[in-house]
Design a protein around this ligand. Sequence first.
Ligand SMILES: C=C(NCc1c(COP(=O)(O)O)cnc(C)c1O)C(=O)O
Length: 384
Amino acid sequence: MDKQHMKFATKAIHAGQEPDPTTGAVMTPIYQTSTYWQASPGDHKGYEYSRGTNPTRKALEDCLAALENAKYGLAFSSGMGATDAVLRLLQPGDEVITGNDLYGGSYRIFTKVYAKYGIKFHFLDLSKPENILPHINDKTKLIWIETPTNPTMRIIDIEGVAKISKAHKLILAVDNTFASPYLQNPMDQGADIVMHSVTKYIGGHSDVVMGALLVNDDQLYKELWFVYNACGATPGPQDAFLVLRGIKTLHLRMKAHCENGEKVAQYLKNHPKIDKIYWPGFEDHPNHDIAKKQMRGFGGMVSITLKDADLAETFRVASSFKVFTLAESLGGVESLINHPVSMTHGSIPKEEREKVGVTDNLLRLSVGVEDIDDLLADLEQALA
Ligand SMILES: C=C(NCc1c(COP(=O)(O)O)cnc(C)c1O)C(=O)O
């Protein structure tokens, strides 16, 4: 059977990873080389220089493409490297529509790097796709969305935004980091580009920083490959090998993240010290119905605000955990807790972030795959 038509778990283990043609090695070897022999100038075996092409990285890119039902995959040295590559498709004067709740690093590259080159960004409430329409003009080129968003878990209707994007001949890029390919496939809902911080759920073990772009369109792939090779933010084969290894259990880990995430969310929903809780699986979560439509599960990310809004109390709670680790990042097997205002979203101005609920008393949980009893006991003691 063609591996592209296999189910997710089988693709995760096999797609892009035929036994090595030279040795028959079942696991893709780490091709730790920068360059490749040529019988005569230009007469090579498809590999010339590892910034552009490397067999271990190619296996990973083909696997990631298969998981997102895409034709092509490109891996970058970080999620921001992947984001940067998409922005390099733009020209001065172009405009981008994006959400008003998004990862701080994405906000930063938009406002502190590409605004300098004359790119204009509109940060909108994308809870309804039609909110986009008044902001589209002849300079608009790209729509960039995250869903669920980091950190307030806003759900954006990918299909609805894609309809508008296609009607106006724009590029729609979807940052699928929080869902992972296991829970959501934006390509199937009309996205032109799917982006991942592979650092997160896909690598899944907090041991690699990497990004990826998945595309179907030949011309778009050609333009992105040019940036990838010319600008060189490409990862090495050892990291590619680690991610290939992580991907093999992605389906098992995501099931465990979803199960633990739901139990943690249910535990926190009525906790006396919690004011707000953000988890797309709750029926009263904004756009829950869209989440049900476009996601196969609600994931392991949960954000909360404490009733006691004093910053010192938020810091006390954040520092009181014994199983959850206070650290940036998310999506690893270990549970993490993050204080976006002082850690991952510091580059977003206070007045902007508070409009969308990223307040001093907000904490973001990345619920891992530890035993749920230990996670709940840790929450109980830290919130006591
Ligand atoms: C490090 C964190 N985020 C990275 C991230 C990125 C950037 O990925 P990097 O691999 O860290 O460069 C892009 N998109 C989303 C939704 C992200 O969450 C964090 O939120 O703790």
